[in-house]
Design a protein around this ligand. Structure first.
Ligand SMILES: Nc1ncnc2c1ncn2[C@@H]1O[C@H](COP(=O)(O)OP(=O)(O)O)[C@@H](O)[C@H]1O
Ligand SMILES: [Mg+2]
Length: 249
């Protein structure tokens, strides 16, 4: 049994089948990459999984829980977390304030019986642990919007980690990054894999082939092929789809 699975998922925008009977499964402890040319339906699929968009048909199951009827917040509580292609940080607040807010949002009732001073200490500790996790421990007092782009993406990942997800959705975490930042983000994702399964949407094929245990290729809303990195690399249909584009180096 896979940790996470999607079956028969469909989403139409008018006459356009943006998601056309998609099925995929992510096993515990794995990084599953979703690739495909622009307009293939990657973001739509992520929006359906996170609950931002309602599906027209199909089911989404995480660790035995049917997420399909649940709203976005309930899906987070069920163990799903997402990083957005557009960063979701509060740019005018410090890194610490961003992390405290995220920690507080997910602490919920566990803080109810603590004295205020102890609750505050627990939140500070959680925020510090999140910063440590993504390598931002030395930037806690920095205003988030003044961080370099790569560090802002790391903060965005830290916010997604606050809910302690079983499955993390990463929608183009390397977007807009230079080679050095991409390299560091690749290392971070590799470390996160110890604690959660990851569904990674990414254009950077170097990162995809370095990280992914399993790759699904989406074209025109449909799964073209799904398999391990070697199977995908050698697949003639995949090569044909990408031939002449710059997305696959
Ligand atoms: N809200 C929407 N309304 C209408 N069409 C959309 C909407 N979102 C995406 N599409 C269309 O659905 C297709 C898939 O888009 P998208 O999921 O963004 O692909 P990708 O992320 O793979 O580039 C595209 O043809 C896009 O124009
Ligand atoms: Mg997209």
């Amino acid at each position: 049994m896979s940790l996470f699975s999607v079956q028969g998922l469909c989403k139409n925008f008018g006459a356009l089948k943006a998601t056309d009977n998609v099925g995929l499964a992510v096993d515990a402890g794995q990084i599953h990459a979703l690739i495909g040319p622009n307009g293939a339906g990657k973001s739509t699929l992520v929006n359906l999984i996170s609950g931002l968009l309602p599906a027209d048909a199909g089911s989404i199951v995480l660790a035995g829980t049917d997420l399909t009827p649940l709203g976005m917040h309930q899906r987070v509580r069920a163990g799903l977390s997402r990083c957005f292609q557009i960063t979701s940080i509060f740019r005018g607040a410090s890194v610490r304030a961003n992390l405290l807010l995220a920690a507080q949002a997910h602490a919920g009732s566990s803080m109810r019986f603590l004295r205020p001073r102890d609750a505050e200490a627990a939140l500070q500790e959680a925020a510090a642990a999140l910063a440590q996790r993504v390598g931002l421990a030395h930037e806690m007092d920095r205003i988030a919007g003044t961080l370099p782009h790569g560090a802002q993406r790391k903060l965005d990942v830290a916010l997604a980690l606050a809910s302690r997800p079983q499955l993390l959705l990463l929608d183009e975490p390397m977007a807009g990054m230079g080679p050095e930042d991409s390299e560091r983000m690749t290392e971070l994702i590799q470390v996160l894999k110890d604690d959660m399964a990851i569904l990674l949407i990414e254009h950077d094929m170097k990162a995809v082939f370095a990280l992914a245990d399993h790759i699904t290729v989406l074209v025109y809303g449909k799964v073209l092929v799904s398999g391990d990195a070697e199977a995908i690399r050698g697949n003639a249909q995949v090569q044909a789809v990408y031939l002449g584009t710059e997305e696959v180096a």
